[in-house]
Design a protein around this ligand. Structure first.
Ligand code: NDP
Length: 291
């Protein structure tokens, strides 16, 4: 455990992180490329450092939260030789390969490394619903878990530095897939003059019921047995032409619906019409296998 922490990057998210640490009584040192952004935090009790190396030197642990991975690389370049014996926690959004590259850099530099990915709005940091998957050095995680928990709900995903990013990328992608599907159905409902807000409220209930199906479907994938879930595929597929025709009639795009229909048809042609929707995974796995 530590009572001192450094934060590099004071954008909307970095400022919220630093403010949460200050509020909870941590001796907080901050640095930002545009130095004027340190003012509100200094007013709240933080100490501003003149450069990243001075900032890192002030605390056993440094949290980095910058715009993107390129910004992280730029700041790390200025920290060569300045992080030995320190713990570096990078909370900047990015993919697993970058997290692993930063882990190798930290190891070369004699530092311990954790990667974390923030799923929340800045105002929620430290008080609202914040999901924070973390991975990397177990020793560093156990030593500083308390500090990270000041920000939100932390889940540790193991020693592979890329694991938190894998979780984050999948979570974000699933949300986008769900939400673009939702927006298309809003267009569908709206085009027919129905109440979109009422529709959305009822759909929220449906999504809640669907949530229980996700672990069941993941289990089906893991075991390779696909019991009927939303019913057998034969029955599900029978509705697809109507779903697509409805969209076409109104002028709402149907690319994804056609993809679902095609996958169902292929699965049925392969002799799996009595199985569930989860079996479509078999076709995705084939498509994802590199040549
Ligand atoms: P902002 O745009 O508010 O801040 C970006 C920060 O990055 C600033 O401190 C900026 O410095 C710094 N920066 C950019 N380029 C460089 C560089 N080359 N060298 C040094 N510093 C640089 O972004 P946020 O704070 O909102 O986002 C930070 C991270 O948090 C991102 O990875 C984002 O994906 C993630 N996040 C943000 C959420 C949000 O809702 N805001 C939600 C979940 C995650 P300067 O002030 O000098 O420009």
């Amino acid at each position: 455990a530590t009572d001192a922490v450094t934060v590099l990057g004071l954008g909307a998210m970095g400022s919220a992180i630093a403010a949460a640490f200050v509020e909870r009584g941590y001796r907080t040192t901050v640095w930002n490329r545009t130095s004027s952004k340190t003012a509100p935090l200094v007013a709240a009790g933080a100490t501003a450092a003149a450069n990243p190396a001075d900032a890192v030197a002030a605390s056993p642990i440094t949290v980095i939260c910058l715009l993107d991975t390129a910004a992280v690389d730029a700041v790390l370049d200025s920290l060569v030789g300045a992080v030995a014996g320190k713990v570096i926690v990078d909370l900047t959004s990015g993919g697993p390969d970058h997290a692993r590259a930063v882990a190798r850099w930290a190891e070369d530099q004699g530092a311990e490394h954790l990667d974390g990915k923030i799923m929340s709005d800045p105002p929620d940091i430290g008080s609202g619903p914040v999901t924070l998957p973390v991975s990397g050095s177990r020793r560093a995680f156990e030593a500083h878990e308390q500090l990270l928990r000041e920000l939100g709900t932390v889940t540790y995903h193991g020693e592979d530095a890329g694991a938190a990013a894998v979780e984050f990328m999948a979570q974000v992608a699933a949300c986008y897939e769900l939400l673009i599907g939702f927006l298309h159905t809003v267009a569908l409902v709206r085009a027919e003059g129905a109440d979109t807000v009422g529709f959305a409220e009822r759909l929220a209930e449906t999504v809640g019921q669907l949530a229980g199906l996700l672990p069941t479907m993941a289990h089906a994938v893991e075991t390779g047995t696909y019991p009927p879930d939303l019913g057998p595929l034969d029955v599900q597929a029978a509705l697809m032409p109507d779903l697509i025709a409805h969209r076409d009639a109104i002028g709402v795009e149907s690319v994804r619906m056609r993809e679902v229909r095609e996958l169902m048809d292929r699965r049925i042609a392969d002799g799996h019409g009595d199985e569930g929707f989860s079996g479509l995974f078999e076709l995705l796995a084939v498509a994802a296998t590199p040549e």
